[in-house]
Write a protein that binds this ligand. Sequence first.
Ligand code: TXA
Ligand code: MG
Length: 317
Amino acid sequence: MRQGIVQPTTENIKSAAEQLAEGNMVVFPTETVYGLGGNAYNDTAVAKIFSCKNRPEFNPLSVCYASLELASADVFVNEEASLLAKYFLPGPVTMLLKRKPDARLSWLCSAGLETIGIRIPDHPVAQALLAHLPFPLAAPSANQSGKISPTSAADVADAMETESLCIIDGGSCKIGIESTIVDLSGANPIIVRLGAVGKNEISAKCGWSFSENNFPTPAKQLKHYAPGKKIMLDCRSADTSDALLAFGTPFPNSCAHTLNLSAAGDLHEAAANLFAMIRQLDKTDALGICVMPIPNTGIGVSINDRLQKAAAASALF
Ligand code: TXA
Ligand code: MG
């Protein structure tokens, strides 16, 4: 297994593809910034990305595909998406589209949301890597949370703990700022993040108008997955009418619907299971969902952050 900065030879790209297939992460260049990639169909691989970036909360990750045709296996490609793709893809625009019911994407990847950020990179190395993979890549920018995005392999090595990471060197990124994100999942296209492509450029090509107050701040814009049932945290007991989301050894007299985030008490495994299990319990006939205490360390901080948001949202019902 190759680690550290490697050149984008066929052999190295094949080796990187093998590492990704085994559930490991690889850093690769795109035309905007370097991405920290992992198998978007694999919950555990996606959980590794969150802990590697030290993200304080589970923000959704965009997903790189080789083409829009391949993405259409997982999301609904509507007219707006086809139009935007005609002018800008492959390239530095990310589209938010609705997830298909049979999509194989990790729920952790979209932080439980029904929309997926689709990115089709226009970089020969990114495309060569994707061509070797039978799955798309969850790929945020390859920096620690709160730091600026890296635009060279050396930047990545500076910004992250990279001893165990393979970084494919594609030189300096041509564009150097992140992709523009357009939400095409609602009635009107909305620019969610301004980036490499300007608002006017998109308006001119696609004929859309974006209103001035169309730029929600990231914090406000970001919706969180809100379950339909009431969520109770730090539970040390539960009514039989409730569902139980356990962690470690579940307490006795467990409920009819019990799922365990990690019987072994492994926080990475718990993160990987979090959104899929909440969704599953949310579909049962239980009254509420009791969640056992989760240690507030490492990726456990992100799990607790998201559980608190889900509990706060459910308290509004
Ligand atoms: O240029 C880019 O977009 C780079 C390269 C590596 O592709 N990627 C990048 O990823 O900037 P990241 O994770 O650092 O920023 C993506 C942004 C995040 O702020 C995330 O919250 C938002 O996109 N995002 C992704 N999926 C979303 C979704 N389903 N709903 C709302 N926001 C989403
Ligand atoms: Mg970023």
